[in-house]
Design a protein around this ligand. Structure first.
Ligand SMILES: [Zn+2]
Length: 363
């Protein structure tokens, strides 16, 4: 039975690739296997749908942000103000305009990854560009006690000069101190063994989080980057999509339904799975080499993910908040490609404040 299962899995990993049924708006999404090293845990998931939808949202977002930043379109300007708190002209206090290059760069780098397979410049291991490793559950992340004997990069157990075991908390003592300082709690170590690919050898590494179960209830995904590896940074980024993310969102797919009334919330159109997937990519793709860090985080706990939380963020937080980019991309996509059907009439809506308003064009 085991062998049989294995064969089925092997076959499915090839047929999981699907092509876009209709022409995409903008460039087509890359083949998921060209841009990710996909883990077995994803075998039953339609990842290509996520890539295709995320590509369309990143493309629509980049169009609107570029139009708004150059003042080419009033809706674009309104979007920048509504979802990022950025205005193209100085306000009463003279504190604006904002620098739009951050927003443009985040959209462009995410689109470059999704559509053109450009890996962020930080993805280098042993001089080779590496793909991120994509997981669809946390079964490969082995939770260990912090007093347990540490596993080294090469998979061997860590010992001191006398052959005595070294614990995880001793080997990673500086990472532990950093974590405790930042989170006011001990980290929970998780060991993950990354298999060999054509880009890198097999190796083992630790990920430290604030909980024993990475995909605890209410957790949808996580991106690990430069996280923990004593004496160096995590060379292969990991994107973990938790099973719950595939049922989170109010629409089965991007554009499944058109808006039907003025004031309808963007939340009604969040596509299941793609919402979390694109959120994680906004953590992953806008890598800032000069800072050697992820630029886009989740700065607005606890309400970073909900629409009201996003639309009330000021520019400095909104421009570094992954979910702000997801809502912006979704709003842009609906304004550009999916007119509302209101009382039998086709209307273009803008969602610059998160809720559909009728767009009046012309003088
Ligand atoms: Zn996040």
């Amino acid at each position: 039975m085991h062998v049989f299962n294995f064969l089925i899995f092997g076959v499915q990993s090839w047929v999981v690739q699907t092509v876009h049924a209709a022409s995409p708006n903008g460039p087509p999404g890359s083949n998921v296997f060209d841009i990710f090293d996909v883990d077995q845990s994803c075998v039953s998931r339609d990842l290509q749908k996520l890539v295709n939808e995320a590509t369309e949202m990143a493309y629509a977002g980049s169009l609107i942000v570029n139009q708004g930043a150059t003042g080419q379109s009033l809706p674009g300007v309104a979007y920048l103000y509504g979802l990022f708190g950025a205005a193209a002209a100085p306000d009463d206090e003279g504190t604006r305009p904002k620098d739009f290059s951050t927003l443009q760069t985040c959209f462009q780098r995410t689109l470059n990854f999704l559509a053109y397979g450009v890996q962020p410049s930080g993805n280098v291991f042993n001089g080779k560009t590496v793909k991120p490793r994509l997981y669809c559950d946390d079964s490969s992340f082995q939770h260990q006690a912090r007093q347990a004997q540490a596993t080294q990069l090469d998979g061997q157990l860590a010992t001191d000069g006398n052959g005595d075991p070294l614990s995880i908390e001793l080997v990673y003592s500086s990472d532990f101190l950093d974590f405790i300082e930042k989170n006011a709690a001990f980290p929970e170590p998780h060991l993950v063994n990354i298999p060999q690919t054509s880009d890198h050898p097999a190796f083992s590494q630790y990920i430290f989080t604030d909980r024993a179960q990475l995909c605890a209830p209410g957790r949808y995904g996580q991106t690990f980057r430069a996280q923990t590896h004593s004496g160096g940074e995590n060379p292969v980024p990991i994107i973990l999509l938790c099973p719950d993310c595939f049922s989170y969102g109010n629409s089965p797919s991007l554009g499944f339904s058109a808006p039907t009334y003025v004031g309808q919330s963007l939340d009604d159109f969040l596509p299941k799975g793609t919402n979390t997937f694109l959120h994680e990519l906004f953590h992953f793709a806008p890598w800032w080499p000069s800072a050697n860090a992820i630029f886009t985080g989740d700065p607005a706990y606890p309400q970073k993910d909900d629409l009201a939380g996003v639309t009330t963020l000021l520019y400095d937080k909104a421009s570094t908040n992954a979910q702000s980019y997801v809502y912006f991309g979704l709003a842009a996509w609906y304004s550009l490609y999916k007119p509302a059907n209101i009382n039998g009439q086709s209307q273009t809506l803008v969602f610059n404040n998160g809720y559909g308003e009728i767009l009046y064009e012309g003088p």
